[in-house]
Design a protein. Structure first.
Length: 163
C-alpha cells in the first residue's frame, strides 16, 4: 500500500484543481476510500487479467466515455480546460491510441483521481457525509461498483485502512 497521507493530499489537490464543486471534503474522502476499496492502493491492473486499470480500477470504456463524450460537451469547456491543465496534455491525445490510454490509466494517478470523481459526478444524490462510512459504502456500491463484485462490508473494512 502507498503512503495514504500523500495520496490524500494528491486527491485533495486534484479535486481542487477541477473546481470547488468537485472538491468538498466528503468527495475527497469518497475518492480516497474508493481507491483503497478497489485496489488496496497496491494493484494498478485488475486481478485476473480484467480490463480495469489504476488504483481506482477504471475500465477503458468508462475512461473513453468520460474523456471522449462527457468532457467534449459544449457546457463542459471550463472543466475540460481544468482537467487538461491538471494532466498537462489534451484529453483527446489519450484517445488517439489504445495503448496510450491503457498506459496512462495504469500509471497516471492524477488521471485516476479525475476519472473516479467524474464517474461519481452525474449521480443526482449528494455524496454522503464522510463520517457515515456505511452510507458512502452504499453510494459506492450503487454508483461506482454497480454490477461488480463489491459489497458494503468490503468497503467498510477497506475504508478503515484510510481512516
Amino acid at each position: 500500500m502507498i503512503h495514504i497521507p500523500d495520496t490524500l493530499r494528491l486527491v485533495g489537490n486534484v479535486l481542487a484543481g477541477m473546481g470547488d464543486k468537485f472538491a468538498h471534503s466528503d468527495a475527497v474522502t469518497l475518492v480516497l476510500r474508493t481507491g483503497v476499496v478497489e485496489s488496496d492502493y497496491f494493484y494498478q491492473r485488475q486481478l485476473g487479467e480484467g480490463p480495469a486499470r489504476s488504483f481506482w480500477q477504471i475500465e477503458p470504456p468508462t475512461a473513453k466515455d468520460i474523456l471522449g463524450r462527457y468532457l467534449q460537451r459544449e457546457d463542459k469547456g471550463n472543466l475540460k480546460m481544468r482537467v487538461q491543465h491538471l494532466l498537462g496534455f489534451r484529453v483527446q491525445w489519450l484517445l488517439e491510441e489504445e495503448n496510450r490510454l491503457d498506459m496512462h490509466l495504469q500509471g497516471n494517478e492524477i488521471l485516476g483521481v479525475i476519472l473516479c470523481r467524474l464517474k461519481y459526478w452525474p449521480v443526482p444524490e449528494p455524496i454522503p457525509h464522510a463520517r457515515y462510512v456505511d452510507l458512502q459504502a452504499q453510494y459506492w456500491l450503487e454508483h461506482y461498483n454497480a454490477g461488480g463484485r463489491g459489497s458494503i462490508e468490503h468497503f467498510i473494512n477497506a475504508a478503515k485502512k484510510v481512516a
